[in-house]
Each structure stands twice: as structure tokens, then as C-alpha cells.
Design a binder for this molecule. Sequence first.
Ligand SMILES: NC(=O)c1ccc[n+]([C@@H]2O[C@H](COP(=O)([O-])OP(=O)(O)OC[C@H]3O[C@@H](n4cnc5c(N)ncnc54)[C@H](OP(=O)(O)O)[C@@H]3O)[C@@H](O)[C@H]2O)c1
Length: 344
Amino acid sequence: MEVTSNKQVILRDYVTGFPKESDMQLVTAATTELKLPEGSNGVLVKNLYLSCDPYMRGRMTKREPGSYVGCFVPGSPITGYGVAKVLESGDPKFKEGDFVWGMTGWEEYSLITATQALFKIHDIDVPLSYYTGILGMPGITAYAGFHEVCSPKKGETVFVSAASGAVGQLVGQFAKLLGCCVVGSAGSKEKVDLLRNKFGFDEAFNYKEEPNLDAALKRYFPEGIDIYFENVGGKMLDAVLLNMRMNGRIAICGMISQYNLEQTEGVHNLMSLISKQVRMQGFVAFSYYHLYGKFLETVLPAIKEGKIIYVEDVVEGLESAPGALAGLFAGRNVGKQVVLVSRD
Ligand SMILES: NC(=O)c1ccc[n+]([C@@H]2O[C@H](COP(=O)([O-])OP(=O)(O)OC[C@H]3O[C@@H](n4cnc5c(N)ncnc54)[C@H](OP(=O)(O)O)[C@@H]3O)[C@@H](O)[C@H]2O)c1
């Protein structure tokens, strides 16, 4: 029976304001037996890749029960999406050697009991890390958010914020594949260059260099915006509201600019929704997981044929995970932020 230590990243305590690397800590848990407990229906896994996602910030704040995603437990390993290899399984759907993606722990080895939320990985002709992003939760978010929530039509104008990130880079490319005219915003010259030159956006701008976001949007959308894919909230949403076209759609995917504020900013231009008859709708990825098979059928071939380009930002080692997660809120990631825990 193999006995090993288990490095883990724990949350030290609940966080207020911007998360810092020091809010998390790398610890080595007491020696663990690499064995599924007797009678368990769960799976024992070795974690290979972990995903850093903005929603995890919400889980660092103490919340009342009933919020749609529970908070982390201080002193316990952080949990999140990841890709793992099955070492032992008490669930007949999985067997030793399978690769899976889904909710796991920020540690080397995890016992996953909620196996209903695990997806078995069938296609390993693409990098396994892709199942934390383009072929995982952010991918289905971009796909369902754009195709289901935005009701897009060829030729429409589309604006994407946080456009070079995990979700944004895909939304822009899905929109281009459909024949839309796409503009993205991002927070650095490097990211704007990626949008224009790698992801094929028609235009892109650095929102940090625009003193007047309304004027910037009028410059890029002289006829207005048909679809806004919202990732940031705050001042950007207010400026977009002034620039929507008749019967436009706004998909509220995320509002990262608000996640670290103790008092969220107000939105002032909601009245524009009335006269322009705009539909604004929030959504969550897991309501669309039933589309995962259809999604893979579309996206896997597009990746293999080079029709969709995907950029990841990979840091190595669990010890790099706290800095990588905190970095999302400073825009340090260029592309999807992934943590490599082990290659096999
Ligand atoms: N509804 C759902 O089910 C669902 C699922 C997945 C993700 N989301 C949401 O989708 C959004 C994007 O997620 P992602 O995984 O693709 O993350 P990401 O874009 O890969 O990383 C976050 C990026 O947000 C930008 N950002 C950070 N602080 C900002 C601020 N104050 N104002 C404007 N931009 C800021 C940064 O890019 P810049 O350098 O460009 O500022 C940063 O790189 C997030 O709001 C997330 O919560 C929602």
C-alpha cells in the first residue's frame, strides 16, 4: 500500500478587497494513504492541471448559506476545476488510468466524492490542460453564452470585454466563425495585439488608455452594438448601454471589476434598455452542461483544424497557484490561467 505526502494550497482566512498571494498558503498534509476508503463510491485522483477562475474570489468571502456557490473553508484546501488522472475508482463510470475534468482540490491527490460533476475525457489528442479552459467550464461558458444567450446572427456587431481571457478569446472567435464583426477590449498592449493578430478580432482597444469609454465605443461602433458579451461590469457596462442598437442583446457572464469591491458600483444607463428594446440576461455555465457533447463536436474539430486558436498562461507547481489566482484580478494572466501540478 503506497503512502505519500500531499501538498495542498489552503485558504488562510476569508478575504476582503483584492486577494493576495499571502491569503493562501502551501502546506504539506499529514501522510496520506493512496487508497480509496472501504465502500467509497468516489474516485481517488492525482491532480494534473488546476484552473484559476475569477468566480473563485466570491468563494473567498464569507457568505450566507444559499448563495449559488458555497464559500471555501479557511484552513482547508481550495477547490476548483481541474484535470486529473484516476488512481482508483469506486464509481463504475470511471476506472484506473482514466483522465477526468471537474471539481477537485488544490492539492496533489484528491478524493472526489461528488463524481456526478466529473466529466470523463475521451479525446487526448489535444493538450490535457485544455480541459481546464477551452474544452472545460470556460469553453462551455463562451459557447452557450454566445450561441444560446446572445441569439447571434451573421453580420451583427459584437463587443467582448476581458476579451483576451479564457472566455473572451473564445467568444470573439465563435462570433467571427459565424460572420459577425467583433471588437474586444483588454488591459494591455500585448493583449490588444493578441486580439487583433492572433484571435482575428476586427478591432481591439486598451480600455485603460481610454479616458472616455462611451467615446471609444462610438469610435469602434458608429452604428451601435448588436451584442455585448459582458465580462467586467462597472463603467464599461454603463458605456455599452449608451451604445446598444435596437433589439440588441447583452449576455451577463461576469463582472470582474466588481468582485473585490466592498460596495459595488451602481449602473446608471439602464433606461437605454427601454427605448432600444434591448434584452439583458445573466447566465451560468452549469445550466448548459447538457450541451457539452454537442459543444465538443463543434469545438474539437475546430481546434484540430486550426480554426480556433487558444492561448494559455501556464505556471508550474502548486506553489505558484496562489500568485496565479490573485493575478487574475490585476490582469497578469495572458490567456487562460492554468497551474501545472504534474505532467502525468
Ligand atoms: N457565468 C458563468 O458561468 C461564468 C463562467 C466563467 C467565467 N465567468 C466570468 O467571465 C469573466 C471572464 O472570466 P475568465 O475566466 O475568462 O477570466 P480571464 O479573462 O481569463 O481573466 C480575468 C481578466 O479580467 C480582466 N480584469 C481584471 N480586473 C478587471 C477590472 N477591474 N476591469 C476590467 N477587467 C478586469 C483582466 O484582463 P485585462 O488585462 O483585460 O484587464 C484579467 O486578465 C469573469 O467575469 C468571470 O467571472 C462567468
